[in-house]
Design a protein around this ligand. Structure first.
Ligand code: ADE
Length: 225
């Protein structure tokens, strides 16, 4: 998978992809992530990337020209499956969406800033709009980092234990069961006996049961889906 991220604050994206699973995915050649500074594409002397809103009102709007030039350049080099805009009014990211978007080959992600992008960028270029939740961030970058993490970990070969993405929370509309490691007792709190029993059938039943109970208690909406 190749991911091209367009931003006016590239520094915000310097670290999230350089550690842990994401770094390993890059090292294995399973994903390539390129961050593009939209300002580098501004043809304007001051390298502006935003301007006042038509009709007045507080807040600046990201202009078309540098975004269009950057996307046009990328599109002239390869085909893209999706051009995604990170925005609070997009479709809300969930595991199902992450599963399907993890199958993409080439994707552009545009991070919004200020009051957002000129509507015509959305009309002309954007094929999908994603929100990471019903709250407003200062820009799309942190949302893009969350989204990229959620899809890259699902690419086959990225996780060491192939089954571990399949047993993730949400994969079957269930939250994860509680997990324990050593010591078997801490401040009087004991690990459930069944987990120490070595009886794998019973352990599986325990995990299914506790995952269900936890989902029913915390996220009953998932059980209705
Ligand atoms: N930009 C600002 N808020 C956002 C959100 N909730 N999701 C994605 N991008 C955003």
């Amino acid at each position: 998978m190749r991911i091209d991220i367009l931003t006016v604050v590239p520094k915000l994206l310097e670290s999230p992809f350089n550690h842990s699973i994401l770094q390993r995915a890059k090292d294995k050649g399973l994903v390539e992530i390129n961050v593009h500074n939209i300002r580098d594409y501004s043809t304007n002397k001051q390298k502006n990337v935003d301007d006042y809103q038509y009709g007045g009102g507080a807040g600046m709007v990201m202009t078309i020209q540098p975004i269009a030039d950057c996307i046009d350049k990328l599109k002239s080099e390869r085909d893209y499956d999706e051009i995604i805009y990170m925005t609070p009014d997009g479709d809300i990211l969930d595991q199902k969406m992450a599963n399907s978007l993890s199958l993409l080959n080439n994707v552009i992600i545009l991070c919004g800033h200020y009051k957002g992008v000129d509507e015509r960028v959305r009309q002309l270029y954007i094929t999908k709009e994603i929100s990471i939740g019903s709250y407003v961030l200062s820009g799309g970058e942190l949302g893009a980092a969350v989204f990229v993490d959620s899809i890259v970990r699902l690419i086959p070969g990225v996780l060491n234990d192939e089954t571990s993405a399949l047993t993730d929370c949400f994969q079957d509309n269930l939250l994860s069961p509680p997990v324990y490691t050593r010591p078997a007792e801490y401040k009087g709190l004991k690990v459930p006996d069944v987990l120490l029993s070595g009886d794998f059938k019973k352990i599986e039943e325990y995990r299914d049961q506790t995952a269900y109970e936890r989902t029913k208690e915390r996220r009953p909406d998932l059980l209705d889906e």
